[in-house]
Design a protein around this ligand. Structure first.
Ligand SMILES: Cc1ncc(COP(=O)(O)O)c(C=O)c1O
Length: 451
């Protein structure tokens, strides 16, 4: 299968591949792990070494690796009709069927779907949709997009401007105008100085105060991940999203749920706001819609928004488009992927396995370096601290998080880190043994690094 040596491949990678978040030092001295195959929650590298894929690669291989069914449906669609433009005037069967299916499994107020090829494109589409919706409704001044610090919404210019992790900005500034951030519900490090007993939802008040300060007549939308992902797996306190919904309704601000990670079962519900009985106006999705077997994303939009778009006069179009919107092969894979999630009860499985993962990780709280363990469903994190009492972080130059990551990799488990926060989101098919190994290896790795 591979006709050059591993050393040659790694040299070619060094010479020719610019990686996302590129820095050659991001690779181990021996080079990157070159993955060649996978099955379930396990991936195998070019040397035959196996790893538990504790982050489903990028939080996205929900149904696990090695699903022949998905390959077959893609091959069948490719040999029938590989591509058909989905621009106005044309349509294709997988895109129609997938849109219908998404509306069936999505929030009850959802009505229509616009397809993209990934998460950032979905959020771009959501922002543009929000602006165009308010113009159609006669409020052209509503253009600002509010997000939260520590949010990750992708890194195209607009998505980056909504992303609230400031390390993504400096090389590319200025950010797009009209984007601003409010406090996240990051209770362990509450920006508002509250403790869980005397809050729990003040950060939604920060949203309201910001809308009032900016002027509700200027604000188009608020975007939030139901459980913040890349920022450190931060689930909200229980009443938070109900408050967000109220605030958005009071000020006529659209609520965009970025369910790029949390959608398709990840948190133990098909979509994560179901945990709190809240419905957004727009849902951004990607990743788990195809379990990453092929790129696909999109936005689901509520009935009033869909009706506003349909009310456009015949001589006007919604001037937003991607060549690959509604790609027939990607949509066929998406349909089959959702069929697998439903057939195998993977949403319920994520809830059960997630409970086991969180309970296992909680046992690590006895370690001096473990400040907080948190999570929802199969999305969990362990935050390491230099001092448990004061919650003081380790000096960044000690690189505690990256060292734990490397120690885990040595032991055959792939995690991810944001600084000293170790993040996990294994495939929904992960077994109990694998969950226990993810926990045990993390404990061993933390002990090794922090002494
Ligand atoms: C919540 C969220 N939104 C958006 C994105 C961006 O998706 P993409 O990398 O496909 O553009 C990501 C990627 O990790 C994400 O986690």
């Amino acid at each position: 299968m591979i006709d050059v040596s591993t050393e040659e491949l790694i040299a070619l990678d060094h010479a020719h591949v610019i990686h996302p978040l590129h820095n050659p030092s991001g690779h181990a001295a021996s080079g990157p792990i070159v993955l060649v195959s996978g099955q379930g929650a396990v991936v195998r590298d070019i040397h035959g070494r196996e790893y538990i894929d504790a982050l489903s690669q990028l939080w996205n291989v929900n149904v696990g690796h090695g699903r022949r069914e998905l390959a077959e449906v893609a091959a069948q669609q490719m040999s029938t009709l590989a591509f058909a433009s989905n621009y106005s005037g044309q349509a294709n069967i997988p895109a129609i069927r997938l849109a219908r299916k998404l509306i069936e499994i999505g929030y009850p107020n959802m009505q229509a779907v616009f397809f993209t090829s990934g998460g950032a494109e979905s959020n771009e589409s959501a922002f543009k949709l929000a602006r165009s919706y308010w113009k159609l409704r006669g409020f052209p001044g509503k253009y600002k997009i509010i997000s939260r610090r520590w949010a990750y919404h992708g890194v195209t210019i607009a998505a980056m401007s909504a992303t609230g992790m400031s390390t993504y900005w400096p090389q590319f500034e200025p950010r797009a105008p009209g984007f601003l951030q409010v406090a996240p519900p990051y209770c362990y490090r509450c920006e508002l100085g509250r403790s869980p007993g005397n809050c729990p939802i003040d950060t939604a008040e920060d949203l309201e105060q910001t809308i009032i300060r900016e002027g509700p007549e200027t604000v188009a939308a608020f975007i939030a991940e139901p459980v913040m992902g890349a920022g450190g797996v931060i689930p909200p306190p229980p009443g938070y999203f109900a408050r967000v919904r109220e605030v958005c309704d009071r000020h006529q601000v659209l609520f965009i749920a970025d369910e790029v990670i949390t959608g398709f079962g990840r948190t133990g519900k098909m979509f994560a706001l179901e945990h709190w009985g809240v419905q957004p106006d727009v849902v951004s999705f990607a990743k788990g819609v195809t379990s990453a077997y092929i790129p696909l994303g999109g936005i689901m939009i509520s009935k009033p928004i869909a009706e506003a778009l349909r009310s456009l006069p015949p001589d006007q179009a919604w001037m937003h488009a991607y060549t690959y919107s509604g790609h027939a092969v990607a949509c066929a894979v998406g349909l089959k992927n959702i069929e697998i999630i439903e057939r195998e009860g993977l949403v319920q499985r994520a809830a059960e396995m997630g409970k086991r993962l969180l309970e296992g990780l909680k046992t690590l709280e006895s370690l001096p370096a473990v400040g907080e363990v948190r999570g929802l469903g199969l999305m969990c994190a362990v935050e390491l601290v230099a001092d448990k009492a004061t919650r003081a972080s380790y000096p960044p130059e000690q690189k505690i998080g990256p060292k734990v990551l490397a120690a885990g990799r040595e032991r055959g488990v792939l995690y991810r880190n944001r600084g000293d926060v170790l993040e996990m989101a294994p495939p929904l098919v992960v077994t109990t043994d694998q969950i226990d190994r993810i926990v045990n290896v993390l404990g061993e790795s933390i002990r090794q690094v922090t002494g």
